[in-house]
Design a protein around this ligand. Structure first.
Ligand SMILES: *[C@@H]1O[C@H](CO)[C@@H](O)[C@H](O)[C@H]1NC(C)=O
Length: 346
């Protein structure tokens, strides 16, 4: 009798704990589900909302979403999306070659001495995207169409970055800076915003940008960044071939270089400008032949990537410290900084 009562009490106790635990779990799940549904309605990310670090989506759910977005292209395992799917997911078609941004970018793409760029598949930001309508750390501060354009661009960038499509680059239009400092500041604002909105939560712009190990990352992918602006003269590799009403920032995933077999990075003294050893050297040689050589480091692994993002106006102009507030110019050229071990001194 006594034992049965004790057993009963223990059972009720255990039942209560299990029941309570189960109820808690169920409630939490309902809350998360509701939150997910709500954010799906109102969130800037729409269909890609679950990519955000706080979405509560599991790894399997994200994988399943990607599987649904992925379309086979014949036997090719590297996926492509149809334009209809792109438009429905993003709200615009970033691959549209007739879009205002890609039309504005065309003179650069065809005029450049980079053989790789001419063939590259490039996506672009929304035609109404503007640096004026983004704000660091917050999404959707502007109204109406501007918000839609900014959010759509962010979704396109995330899709471009996190899925293995055969897209070589993503271009975002920037205001047409007439000075290198203005341009550098614009680049910093855009990259800081992207870094704040990074679905992976890595926030690369909060790290030491001027260190050799720094690389721009977004949605778990690493990018080589180049920027162009009307302030660059003809003898710069960032010259815009007459485009005066916009500047551009180009994101190239490093896997794209591998895919195109661009070749290993050779040092300046090893680069054979008359008989280039690979595509990478050939690009260097072509720019040099056309009177717009760019800086090639002697030890490529040591050169901080930040100096490639915003190039000095010419080979002999001061380096641009664009990651700092107000974008000060260095007292040194890239060649001098290299001799100094890439440390700004004095
Ligand atoms: C470049 O390569 C060619 C052919 O291999 C060679 O004859 C030439 O000496 C090389 N030039 C330099 C500067 O290394």
């Amino acid at each position: 009798m006594q034992t049965r009562t004790v057993c009963g009490a223990v059972l009720v106790g255990v039942g209560g704990v299990v029941g309570g635990w189960w109820l808690c779990g169920w409630l939490r799940e309902q809350w998360q589900r509701g939150r997910r549904a709500r954010s799906k309605d109102t969130g800037a990310w729409g269909d890609l909302e679950m990519l955000k670090p706080d979405s509560g989506a599991s790894k399997d759910e994200v994988a399943e979403r990607y599987a649904r977005l992925r379309l086979q292209h014949g036997d090719n395992t590297i996926c492509t999306l149809s334009r209809q799917v792109l438009t429905s997911v993003l709200g615009y078609d970033p691959s549209d070659q007739e879009s205002p941004v890609l039309q504005a970018f065309r003179p650069l793409k065809t005029g450049t001495h980079c053989s790789f760029a001419k063939r590259a598949v490039v996506w672009a930001c929304h035609g109404s995207f503007s640096l004026e309508t983004i704000s660091t750390g917050a999404c959707g501060i502007a109204d109406g169409d501007d918000v839609d354009a900014v959010d759509a661009t962010l979704r396109a960038m995330a899709l471009f970055a996190s899925a293995c499509h055969k897209i070589d680059a993503f271009v975002i239009a920037l205001p047409p800076a007439s000075t290198i400092q203005e341009h550098g500041s614009n680049v910093r604002r855009l990259l800081t915003w992207l870094s704040d909105m990074d679905p992976s939560g890595r926030r690369c712009m909060a790290k030491s940008v001027d260190k050799s190990r720094w690389v721009f990352t977004f949605a778990g992918n690493e990018f080589f960044i180049t920027t162009f602006a009307p302030c660059y003269p003809r003898q710069s590799s960032r010259y815009q071939f007459g485009v005066r009403d916009a500047a551009f920032i180009l994101f190239q995933p490093y896997h794209s270089f591998l895919l195109h077999r661009v070749g290993v990075e050779t040092s300046r003294s090893e680069t054979n400008y008359t008989h280039p050893a690979n595509v990478r050297d050939e690009i260097r040689a072509r720019f040099a032949r056309h009177g717009s050589p760019y800086f090639v480091p002697e030890d490529p692994a040591r050169m901080p990537n930040c100096h490639q993002a915003v190039s000095p106006l010419t080979l002999h102009a001061p380096a641009v410290r664009w990651w700092l507030d107000t974008c000060p110019l260095s007292r040194h050229t890239l060649q001098q900084l290299e001799v100094m071990g890439w440390k700004e001194e004095g």
